[in-house]
Ligand binder design. Sequence first.
Ligand code: GTP
Ligand code: MG
Length: 418
Amino acid sequence: LPETRLYQSNDKSPLQIFVRAKKKINDIYGEIEEYVLETTTFINALHAEAEIVDKAERELFESYVYKVAAIREVLQRDHMKVAFFGRTSNGKSSVINAMLREKILPSGIGHTTNCFCQVEGSNGGEAYLMKEGSDEKLNVVNIKQLANALCQEKLCESSLVRIFWPRERCSLLRDDVVFVDSPGVDVSANLDDWIDNHCLNADVFVLVLNAESTMTRAEKQFFHTVSQKLSKPNIFILNNRWDASANEPECQESVKSQHTERCIDFLTKELKVSNEKEATERVFFVSARETLQARIEEAKGNPPHMGAIAEGFQMRYFEFQDFERKFEECISQSAVKTKFQQHSSRGKSVSGDMRSMLDNIYERITIFRNLKQDQKNMLTERIQGTETQMMQVTREMKMKIHNMVEEVEEKVSKALNE
Ligand code: GTP
Ligand code: MG
């Protein structure tokens, strides 16, 4: 995609709420870090010069330096996370590829997703894989190689492979969205582990359904467990493969309203995660495969409808874009709240603690200064007293000497006369 177009769409993206908030909180933490370092240097000097600050206090101040540095590090890594679930072959990997505008994740026959795959942006134009528990970067030359690497790996279904893809290739990756693809919910007995390991920090969940069939028990059960473990998770439902409905135009509308009603009931009455109004904004009828094809055509400079699979392409394409817009709004707002609210209250408590400690030290310094002043005053008084005494003694001595001299003179003149 031409860079300029990416930038244009990026500027208007609701994801910017998160991007701007992240920049702002990073800047604020940069200032807090400077302040903490400066204060610690000052405190250490105070300890060295006069023992106003004790060892424990000094150590506490130093601990703030590490605390703030640790928060800054977490902040750098904070992102918006979306996780996709649904029965096998419903098109989870295809939906992610359509959003990334490129066939990155393997999909289709022989390419069943067999473990968790996380796609995130990498810097410096590099593409590579990382397996759970290893720091080794496995280079990815092309997508075909990536597909083969993922399929040949004998991985545990709940383990995680991280796929790093160049940020500049997709605006969602550049804006810090991380995608998590999963194996089908019908193929695993370890759904609890899945949720504990991969879902607790997700900002948005997307349930990918097959519009040609109905929601299964496994899919429902999975989201029941998610909503028990998380309070009010954000869930979007995609009725995928909607292109198939074009073959039966006579029942298209009735099928659509049936699916819509079931999905809304599921979100509102069963899971109780949304109200009626919210839920209507969370259910979509799309074709991931077609959207991906259309976007690949667009990237080549062709009109998107060249990727159409069936009649009614434009509606489905708009609906996919509508889903993306609502998804972007939801994920950026949710991530700002869940991630940054925590950091800002920690920042507040660190600066509050430091302030009260500094107030405390200031109070001690004032008392110390007053004490010194009192001592000085006492000393001055004493010196003044000594001076007066000295003067008196000197005066007395002078008189005595004077008298003695007079006496001696008298005695001498008397003796001379005699
Ligand atoms: P697993 O990884 O096995 O759980 O499957 P998945 O949910 O990731 O599905 P995947 O994306 O691999 O898609 C399965 C097959 O369905 C592929 O051949 C896709 O091309 C096809 N497919 C996906 N979305 C659509 C769609 O909207 N319409 C049509 N016609 N085919 C689709
Ligand atoms: Mg898949």
